[in-house]
Design a protein around this ligand. Sequence first.
Ligand SMILES: [Zn+2]
Length: 472
Amino acid sequence: MRRTDRRTFVRGVAALGAASAFASPLRAQAQSGAARLPPRREFTIENAYVMTMDETLGDIDGASVHVRDGRIVEIGEDVVGGGVTIDGANMIVMPGLVDTHWHMWNTLFRSFAGDRPEDGYFPTVARFGAQMLPADIFQSTRLAAAEAINSGTTFVHSWCHNVRSLAHAEADIRALAEVGVRARHSCGWPQGMPDTQSADQTPIETLARDWASWSHEGLIGLGMAWRGQFRGGPIKPEVYQPEFDNARRLGVPITVHAGSRRDAVGQIEALYRGKLMGKDVQLIHAIAATPAELDMIKETDTAVSVSPATELRIGFGYPQISEMLERGIRLGVSVDTSALTGSSSLFAVLKLARDSENARAASEFKMPARKALELGTIGGARSMGIDDQVGSLKPGKRADLIAIATDALDMGVVTDPAHLVLEAAGPENVDTVVVDGRILKHGGKLAAIDTAKVIAEARAALAGVRERTNWR
Ligand SMILES: [Zn+2]
């Protein structure tokens, strides 16, 4: 590999950013406040180690990636390319990471779940969540989305179960659009709503009616975050069925927590018997799944999201990653909540996914590093139904990619690239992040996000919530 000329690289990308102020103010951008995003420009990353995560293309050393109009044009050693040249020497280029379930609305409460039962995650989220205004949701989700881009996550599933009004949902979507991340907003219910009450369908119905004006040129999809049949205890069919039926009527994908902890047995079978699973349904955690229930998940082609960082942190148990992959279940990994995990880097989550599988099997060799990376890229994309667009690097796909700089003390020798990325990469090693052809991070710096402003405004929002809840 050639020595990286970082100055040439930075100059090239700075030239790309300079034109951003003149981006055309499309309606969606105006509505979302996203007019400051850099435009999609033509560029070619040259001489990189490219992990395509595509079965046919595999890894290519010394390769170029040519991007135009937000799309990957060509990948290979002999690519002529076009547009601005980016030096990829000493870089590992791979697809952007795909998160599949993240309560971004509560990132404002990062690491606030305490050490005593009364300070635990669920009671505190319910209490403080009830005091959140739309502006607080915006600040929380924007902080999370900015962290996602910074750490190489190019797709997020914003699992918004604090929709206290249409304005709360709109705030979540606006924050995603402002940062420029690819996303799904799954519209849920308000924290603290009694289990005897159905969720108000007005927000999701309103959004679905006019989704084109919210979708940020198709970058953001709409789904329903469904409470399901169990929350504090069983929920009655007359409460949950109309919610589920409405999602199907609107034609939006459904996501639900099920079998979350080891003792939550029978919940997945109950969904199966109620005909509440399918290709358009995603189960979260599914830790309690029996072999028979795993077969039901496979039979119905239901997707699953596991979040080892929170599942281990909160004591839910170990995710059944190998059992799901052996059956060919569509599986992705997720952050879940920064209130429990602190940092929301998916690299750390993927490492825990591999490590927990090896620990359960008492084997160094149970889960190959590359399998774990697949979970965070093409596997996650498949589980979200977006693998035709992203998740691997291949001509024709949308350009969601990252470049990891290996010229750092914690990455400094390149041995096996898949092991190195899984075991050593963190947000600080992510040099470049591209979403839909827009370069949102370069030279290790965010291109369109005022980090100091995002943090200061999130802190002010948290101070307001603290005051309204008399939180000492
Ligand atoms: Zn969750």
